[in-house]
Design a binder for this molecule. Sequence first.
Ligand code: ADP
Ligand code: NI
Length: 243
Amino acid sequence: MTLYQTPLPFLHPLLQALWDRISTVFQAPSVVHGADHVYRVAAVADRIAIVEGANRLIVGAAALLHDICRNDSDLVGCHALAAAEKARVLLAELAFAQDQIECVVCAIEAHRFSSGPEAPSLEAQVLQDADRLDAIGAIGMLRAFAFGDELTHSAYHPSDPFHRTERPLDDMRYAIDHFYRKLLQIIDTLHTVEGRRIARRRQEFMEAYLDALEHDLADAQLADTQVADTQVADVRELVGLGG
Ligand code: ADP
Ligand code: NI
């Protein structure tokens, strides 16, 4: 059984039927928007919905469908609006009530980080939070590093990797710029208490990662410039060359 066929045991049976119907859309491998992303968003959204008292059926349907048009090669326009339209059709076929369909549609329309409207309902807020949580922490970093194109991206800005000057950020060119343009700010955009609680550990991990990266780059800097005499002597001693 592949991941895209995996049952979602935490979800309502109607949602399992929906996933069975749509999961093949996500069978192609994709680090950024694959079946595993949808699975995590649905699972985390469900967990937040329980804590916050949101409607789990609406949240679950919106989570499963929110990126259904994301990998369409012939998509023109906004993937969230296209997914909302597709949701209307699919949910009607599965006999969802009209008012439920409208709630799912409005959550999907509002989910986009880059250009979505304000989240108009608790269910829309829960979906936004779950989708944004998947962009931060260890999993978010994995996705961000997979996003860039080997031919167009560098790892970090050569003279200012940690954005300590006023230069404009360019995350279409430098992978680490994406932290400063988006990832480190996500925690402040979350709506729910449970979402922010989950985000805190992920935020700490991203900050610790940037610290570690700074140390690694300092190692390279040291080799590049002058190694202090005492350090040279220490190393010679260590490898048995004496003083
Ligand atoms: P949305 O569909 O909400 O607009 P995005 O396409 O902005 O979402 O982001 C989807 C995923 O891709 C996220 O994990 C995000 O961090 C990552 N991503 C988007 N743009 C970049 C970028 N320029 N560099 C690295 N990762 C990116
Ligand atoms: Ni998503």
